[in-house]
Design a protein around this ligand. Structure first.
Ligand code: 4NP
Length: 150
């Protein structure tokens, strides 16, 4: 059985597609399945933001084939780990959980590197390219820790 990991942000075009691409670059596909989703519906079917595609490419990762989708209650059955980018995503995802077991699958991704500090991956949507590089660096460190627990 593969371990299934879902990365979640608001739009599923900036942060979680990067997180998906980064984690995929570090795992064995025979053992781990990685996907991403957004809590919002605005970008369903869309490619990642061009700035996320560019930053990933700069680090040797191609995320251009990803397409946006919305998080659903069914994802709790499908996935073993749900990593959310910020506390607002966490509230939205937890509002759909129906059991304690489902709630336990939800983790703030930066808890991996800054345990119990409730830190958010800042939403880079309205900023410049430096914001995306900053997000990449945080997610890369967090994914190194995630790989160790898979
Ligand atoms: P993301 O960034 O949650 O990292 O994908 C956003 C992208 C788009 C929007 C919000 C956040 N939006 O409101 O369209």
């Amino acid at each position: 059985m593969k371990t299934k990991v879902l990365m979640v942000c608001l739009g599923n075009i900036c942060r979680s597609p990067l997180a998906e691409g980064i984690l995929k670059s570090k795992v064995d596909f025979d053992n781990v399945f990685v996907d991403s989703a957004g809590t919002g519906h605005w970008h369903v079917g869309n490619k990642p933001d061009p700035r996320s595609i560019e930053i990933a490419k700069n680090h040797g990762i191609d995320i251009s084939n990803q397409r946006g989708r919305q998080f659903t209650q069914k994802d709790f059955q499908e996935f073993d780990y749900v990593f959310v980018m910020d506390t607002s995503n966490r509230d939205d995802v937890l509002s759909l959980a129906q059991t304690q077991e489902e709630r336990k699958k939800v983790h703030l991704i930066l808890d991996e590197i800054f345990p119990n500090e409730n830190m958010d991956v800042p939403d880079p949507y309205y900023g410049g390219n430096q914001g995306f590089e900053n997000v990449y660096q945080m997610l890369n460190q967090a994914c190194d820790k995630i790989v160790m627990r898979l």
